[in-house]
Design a binder for this molecule. Structure first.
Ligand code: FAD
Ligand code: DLZ
Ligand code: SF4
Length: 512
């Protein structure tokens, strides 16, 4: 053997860069399930099972392709419990060969492996992760010297660069962005056709072993391990994605921002879990969606909206992460300092929007974007929850969460903790927004039309308290001027009452 290749848990792509130049005759693969990665965030039980099962399936596929794979299971008595510990053990076992590793998604993992290699004077080569559509260097180049970093500008560059939804130099349909057509709430249950559900897969023998392992080794993991239904191979992930293209894409655009009780997925693709671990390829997903539009199978507002999420948001968020780390993780521009309420774990709260969202997360290790941003994220922003605690929660509870994508979304987009590096104003909203975009408020203990009474919706008074609390910071912001005019127009007693209610609530959030 002449080289050792570490493949991390989210590097399961058949096209992984490091494997392109690997050769079964001289490259040995190392994959390791380690306790350190299990415990660095409060991972959902389904996320652990998904990763370990997908890793084991990938190891089998590599063996099938002729590679020797050292696969270390979580319960191996010799397992040293960390990625570097296992790297060290394998490196010594095989006579300290040169190492090649695809650059990890997380800053932390790269720093740890770099430090390990430096200490051992190991011959380590990092290989660029080219599963993304914009390299880290290209993003830095794009960002250099710009006054504001706006996704929309980046997205247009990416559309041109990859020729997606383009007609010559012009955007297909004459517009770059159909966002304004993507904000329809859902019709009530009796007036709508049943919403298609994501494809579910029966656990095979490998997954059953992993489920047993997670039950045994991680008994306190958050959320419901079963029923386990995720795809764990690229072939099944492709089947799940085809199901989305056939059944949900046409409605994805109209109802992208809609929420509904009992509908954990609405018309979303539920593919981030697969994309981020490498079971699906982002460019192939974008091209397949474009083909659906060109074949007349899906409208442009849906296809553009979908492509914008992957080609635009996903790449932009990753670029921001690598541009701004490691200082980025320390951001707390709004000086928020309240601990995370217990209901983020249990879902036990009278706020029906939060209770329904957390129940869905407990079931599926998933919530769709508007639930993440406008329910759990918005509440954390308005109440002033400490960003580190909130980010830790997001990093753990979602099966698609890795720091490169979780952190800018949570700290930056939801909490404004980066002071507005890429979102010029905070995504703060009152209960009226949630009422407009969902049916959660019907049957809630609170009233979305009330901000001061006995049953006032907490999102309402927390919203106005947030606006008042951060007056100095946001008052001069042109896009917030109207909100501050609105605050000034309200009767002082009303504002006082809302601020009292907010202070009471912030003193004991779990009472809500
Ligand atoms: P769809 O709505 O069907 O969208 C299709 C794809 O677009 C997604 O699979 C995803 O790959 C991509 N996408 C859409 N929005 C974003 C975005 N803002 N950032 C990056 N990619 C995006 N996404 C993660 O993959 N991991 C996370 O840990 C994560 N944390 C988030 C935390 C917060 C506070 C917020 C507001 C958003 C977060 N997102 C995260 C983005 C987004 O919510 C999820 O990608 C999306 O809900 C995944 O579900 P889906 O596959 O059904 O997506
Ligand atoms: C998230 C995760 C977990 C829970 N376990 C492992 C593991 O045991 N082995 C592994 O190689 N990777 C794991 N991962 C993913 C890493 O923690 C890390 O998030 C990514 O590799 C960084 O992109
Ligand atoms: Fe959420 Fe307020 Fe609506 Fe209740 S009334 S569901 S707390 S927005």
């Amino acid at each position: 053997m002449s080289e050792l290749v570490l493949v991390l848990g989210d590097q399961l792509s058949p096209e992984l860069a490091v494997l392109r130049n690997a050769d079964p005759a001289r490259s040995r693969i190392l994959m390791a399930e380690v306790a350190g990665e299990v415990s660095y965030a409060p991972h959902h039980a389904k996320k652990l099972a998904f990763l370990f099962s997908a890793m084991r399936h990938r190891a089998e596929a590599l063996r099938g392709a002729g590679f020797a794979v050292d696969y270390v299971t979580l319960d191996d008595p010799h397992n040293r419990g960390t990625l570097c510990g296992e790297l060290d053990r394998a490196w010594r076992r095989h006579g300290q060969p040169p190492l090649r590793i695809t650059e990890p998604g997380e800053w932390r993992v790269k720093a740890e492996i770099d430090a390990w290699a430096r200490d051992r004077e190991a011959d380590l080569t990092w290989i660029e992760d080219d599963r993304f559509l914009c390299s880290i260097t290209a993003f830095k180049h794009w960002a250099h010297g710009r006054k504001g970093l706006r996704m929309e500008h980046f997205y247009r560059t990416m559309r041109r660069r990859h020729g997606l939804l383009m007609e010559g130099d012009e955007p297909a349909g004459g517009r770059w962005n159909f966002d304004a057509e993507n904000r329809e709430p859902l019709p009530p249950p009796l007036a709508r056709a049943p919403i298609p559900q994501p494809m579910r897969f029966r656990p095979d023998a490998t997954t059953l072993d992993v489920l047993e392992l997670v039950r045994r080794q991680c008994p306190d993991a958050f959320g419901e391990l079963e029923p386990f239904w995720f795809a764990v191979t690229p072939a099944d992930a492709k089947r799940a994605f085809s199901g989305f293209l056939r059944k949900s894409l046409t409605r994805f655009g109209d109802h992208q921002d809609a929420m509904a009780s009992g509908e954990d997925f609405v018309y979303h693709a539920v593919i981030s879990i697969y994309l981020n671990a490498g079971l699906l390829d982002p460019l192939a997903c974008c091209r397949a969606a474009e083909d659906a539009w060109r074949d007349g199978a899906a409208p442009l507002n849906a296809v553009e909206g979908f492509i914008r999420q992957i080609l635009g948001w996903r790449e932009f968020i990753r670029g921001i992460y690598w541009l701004a780390m490691p200082e980025y993780a320390e951001g707390n521009a709004l000086e928020a300092d309240l601990p995370l309420p217990e209901f983020y774990w249990s879902g036990r709260t009278g706020m029906r929007c939060v209770a329904e969202t957390v129940a869905g997360i407990r079931r599926n290790a998933y919530a769709h974007h508007i639930q993440r941003l406008m329910v759990t994220g918005n509440f954390a922003l308005l109440a002033g929850l400490e960003p580190k605690a909130v980010c830790d929660w997001y990093l753990g509870v979602f099966a698609d969460a890795y720091e490169w994508v979780e952190l800018p979304n949570t700290l930056g987009m939801a909490l404004h903790g980066d002071g507005g590096l890429f979102a010029s104003k905070p995504y703060a909203a009152s209960g009226r927004y949630i009422d407009r975009m969902s049916d959660y408020c019907q049957g809630c203990r609170y009233d979305p039309a009330d901000a001061t009474g006995e049953t006032a919706c907490p999102f309402n008074y927390l919203y106005w308290d947030f606006i008042a609390r951060h007056r100095q910071r946001f008052e001069k912001h042109p896009r917030m001027a109207m909100i501050y005019r609105n605050l000034t127009r309200q009767k002082p007693e009303r504002v006082k009452r809302m601020r009292e209610l907010a202070a009471q609530a912030r003193a004991d959030l779990d009472a809500l």
